[in-house]
Design a protein around this ligand. Structure first.
Ligand code: E4P
Length: 222
């Protein structure tokens, strides 16, 4: 399973990349807003420069989201985003207009990511539109007492039935168990917040075991 990091924070991306297992990045307007220090001075040029800076750090797909609602504007925006760097993936919401934009952009050879996906029917449409990636949001489903990972299971099954090439990105990941479940189900990718990437490595028995080993090693050094 590939690991993407779900952030626009350059320090987090750099740290995750140093681990040597970072395969891509996903951003969205809310993640971009988090890194903006002075919103009154943050221009579209600044946004493009930030996406370019992310692309310089990671050799893999970098999802940048469109912020318009009609298909024609999404396509125009998507082309602008794609011009930033070869690794940019154009993220479009799973709406009727988003599907039209995905279809158009994918036919033009652009990488696309269908985002805000909450049902198997939406995922079928994303694949039929030719999306490179589909992003089911598991955490937000869990938040409303639905089964986020059940959606991933459905999508993986359906895509396997038809050999759809669209890769499944498990998104809105909240904790390590989401990542483990994603791998168990056979999702292609999990996009993971930096804090959760670090949590994946943590186990109290590793910590206590290491403490004891260090104590015993110190005795041997005497
Ligand atoms: C990824 O593509 C999504 O934008 C992201 O995972 C959403 O996560 P959230 O539900 O924590 O905002």
């Amino acid at each position: 399973m590939k690991f993407f990091i779900d952030t626009a924070n350059l320090d987090e991306i750099r740290s995750a990349a140093e681990l040597g297992m970072l395969d891509g990045v996903t951003t969205n307007p809310s993640l971009i807003a988090k890194i903006v220090k002075d919103p009154s001075n943050f221009t579209r040029r600044d946004f493009f420069d930030h996406i370019a800076a992310i692309c310089d750090l990671v050799d893999g797909p970098v999802s940048a989201e469109v912020t318009s609602l009609d298909a024609a504007s999404m396509i125009k925006e998507g082309e602008e985003l794609a011009a930033i760097h070869d690794n940019v993936t154009i993220k479009c919401p799973l709406t009727i207009d988003g599907l039209k934009a995905i279809r158009h952009l994918s036919e033009a050879g652009r990488a696309t990511n269908a985002t805000l996906v909450f049902s198997p029917s939406q995922a079928i449409l994303a694949a039929k539109a030719g999306a490179s990636f589909v992003s089911p949001f598991v955490g937000r489903l869990d938040d409303i007492s639905a089964e986020g990972m059940a959606l991933v299971e459905d999508i993986v099954d359906i895509y396997d039935n038809y050999g759809y090439m669209t890769e499944v990105i498990v998104a809105s990941v909240r904790h390590p168990q989401h990542v483990v479940e994603a791998a168990r189900i056979g999702a292609d990718i999990a996009t993971i917040p930096y804090s959760v990437i670090r949590q994946l490595a943590v186990h109290p028995l590793t910590e206590s075991g290491l403490k004891k080993f260090m104590e015993d090693a110190a005795v041997m050094k005497k």
